[in-house]
Design a protein around this ligand. Sequence first.
Ligand code: SF4
Length: 337
Amino acid sequence: MAVTAAVTRREPASHVLAIRDLNVAFRTDAGPVRVLRDVSVDIPRGAIVGIVGESGSGKSTLALTILGLLPGNAIVSSGSIGFGGHDLLGLSLAELQALRGTRISMVFQDPMTSLNPVRSVGAQMLDIQYRAEQSNARKRAIAANALKMVGMPDAERQLARYPHEFSGGMRQRIAIAMSLLQKPELLIADEPTTALDVTMEAQILHLLRELRTEINGSILFISHNLGAVAELCDSVVVLYAGEVIEQGPVGDIFARPLHPYTKALLECDPARIAVATRSLPTIKGDVPSLIDVPGGCIFASRCPVALPRCGSEHPESIQRSPSHSARCHLLSPSGGR
Ligand code: SF4
């Protein structure tokens, strides 16, 4: 990952994370793919912030940028990520590694990506605590307690078992328990319920909500599942083709969305369709190329209410209330004229 021109900026004391004007691209043979453009997101202390958007909107790239886990062809051309009084983009690899797993943890969609199939759960949970100057017996007790926190029955005995001996839902509980061992200030959960059935999904959402209180930390919850976001999060950031097009309190986003894309996304949510139908609605058109990013509104080619100026003028983010904003010309004082 190449990092250039990172601006040093500290997050306000009320926020655990403050992302400002972040720009990330991937080098390809066809040219740089600008996957995140001028992204600014705050995560208040103790809050659960949801990031929603279609595949390719940049949700997972944002998580990987925070963690310093971008692939080698990534270029972070500008911006800052304030955490713990530091700009994460300016930290060395060793400093980032010291933060990962201690103050910032991650839960992935597939728990097997974070579990080693040939080591017992207990051995892996001891490995995570390698920095702690405690006896192995004490570390095992802490590991068993973390499994109890995520609702694992007979926790001590489960430490001797291997990941393949658990169901998908139980493996995700183990992954969450591992991520919480160090009581992180920030937990990033990237589609943690996508591979689970509805019952297990409900249990994991309930668990995350309880754990927020238990560890007194903040959660960045990345999902394309609007129902899960509505149930779990305090506020929502809507990403479209690498841009934040709307953000605000969860109640406002779901009850009074401002941006035509957010409205379309909600209309396509199967959980909100009241009348039985054989075909689910979709948002017409395709996401534009992120190599030749259009100069106007990024949603213009698919927007059902686009104005003549939308194809050429990039809309500013307009604040509708202190905490609710969206990027659309229709919200400007001139009403888009
Ligand atoms: Fe639609 Fe124009 Fe608003 Fe973009 S700026 S969402 S194209 S109305």
